[in-house]
Design a protein around this ligand. Structure first.
Ligand code: G3H
Ligand code: 13P
Ligand code: ZN
Length: 374
């Protein structure tokens, strides 16, 4: 079931964090869904601009739709990662994404506010959540490289002003992490001091931590032992995810770690089987290994075992929306016409209280569907 990030954040805030994982292909999607269900965790699936271009944006949408059908128990948001304004509008208008990130953090404060506000207005009109960013992480993301010296931590006072002025639903803050496999020189901690200040200015407001991969040493060692050359890598201590969650970090972005799992599996497979050229055997191993990795992250984020509580806390399960829509359609004398379906959807969403009293026990399965637009 696709939900918005704002819905997930409301349930998880202050207790645990939701893992946000980038996907690019079917194998990652399979591993992600398997791992989430094995650990009974909700998740956020995120798609970067690069991922949308890798094959075709419609291919990824189809993969995620299919995964949702293969794993009907799963609860997830579909989110655009690091969007520019144009890509945000494309995702908002697609009718598929439930959440977008507008990343205008490279602009001066006022420009960031203006761009973010425009995206928030367009997204909220369609019930879509918006993540914005303030402060600058180091590392490489898409085509933008931020040198370590230019990275800057989020200013807590600015964060408060930014959220008030833009109306965004969550805020990506720079608290010492960076994108990619080379985050720190030596072991370093998150800036909990900055996080504490941001939380005190924005109590109850969901914060997002980008660049959260842990870059496990065992993984990198295995890659290097199988012919890789990854030197000097260092990631976030995954035992800091939960303390950060208690301070308002409700979304934790992890991409690089998944790429490391892929590289380790494939390097080891072809090292050990040099005569092999079929991609399915290592692909199958990758799916299982990625699923294990995701389940391990659910434990560290505190999201493991939360699926049934999330389902219970969601305001209106989707099948109840269609049940209520059917009831309203009948009450209105079974209207037909161009905008009937849209009207019903809006009515059913806007009147959740109707559900429990009037629609109880109606056997909608045997009835015709509400009319389609024509
Ligand atoms: O923050 C960026 C993500 O890791 C996505 O990476 O732009 O190479 O898909 P990508
Ligand atoms: P990592 O590079 O640490 O996995 O961060 C991913 C990310 O922030 C995606 O937006
Ligand atoms: Zn990021």
């Amino acid at each position: 079931m696709i939900v918005t990030t704002a819905q997930l954040f409301k349930i998880a805030y202050g207790k645990y964090a939701i893992g946000a994982y980038n996907i690019n292909n079917a194998e990652q999607a399979m591993g992600l869904f398997k791992g989430c269900l094995a650990s009974q965790a909700p998740c956020i699936i995120q798609i970067s601009k690069g991922a949308r271009k890798y094959t075709d944006k419609r291919m990824l949408e189809a993969i995620i739709r299919s995964a949702g059908e293969i794993f009907p128990e799963a609860i997830f948001a579909v989110h655009l990662d690091h969007g520019d304004e144009e890509t945000c509008y494309d995702c908002i208008d697609s009718g598929f994404y439930s959440s977008v990130m507008i990343d205008a953090s490279h602009n001066p404060f006022d420009e960031n506010v203006a761009i973010t506000k425009r995206v928030v207005d367009r997204a909220h009109a369609k019930g879509i959540s918006v993540e914005a960013e303030l402060g600058m992480l180091g590392g490489v993301e898409e085509d933008i490289k931020v040198e370590e010296g230019n990275a800057c931590l989020t200013d807590p006072a600015e964060a408060e002003r930014f959220v008030k002025q833009t109306g965004c639903d969550s805020l990506a803050c720079a608290i010492g992490t960076s994108h990619g496999a080379f985050k720190f020189k030596g072991r370093q901690s998150l800036h909990f001091d900055v996080l504490t200040k941001i939380k005190s200015r924005l109590p109850g407001f969901p914060l997002v931590m980008h660049g959260s991969s842990s870059v496990p040493k065992e993984e990198v060692d295995r890659i290097n032992a199988a012919g890789g050359k990854i030197a000097g890598s260092m990631g976030v201590d995954p035992n800091e995810y939960l303390p950060a969650a208690k301070l308002g970090v409700t979304k934790v972005n992890i991409d690089t770690d998944g790429r490391l799992v892929w590289t380790r599996v494939h390097r080891e497979f072809f090292r050990d089987k040099p005569a092999e050229f079929d991609f399915r055997p290592p692909g199958k191993i990758f799916i299982e290994e990625y699923a294990k990795f995701i389940a391990s992250r659910s434990q560290l984020l505190g999201s493991a075992g939360q699926l049934s509580a999330v389902r219970a806390a969601l305001p209106v399960p989707s099948q109840d929306i269609s049940r209520r829509a059917y009831y309203l359609w009948e009450q209105a004398g079974r209207p037909t016409g161009r905008d009937t379906e849209l009207w019903l959807q809006a009515e059913a969403q806007a009147r959740p209280s109707l559900d429990k009293e009037t629609c109880k026990g109606q056997a909608i399965e045997k009835r015709p569907s509400p009319p389609k637009r024509h």
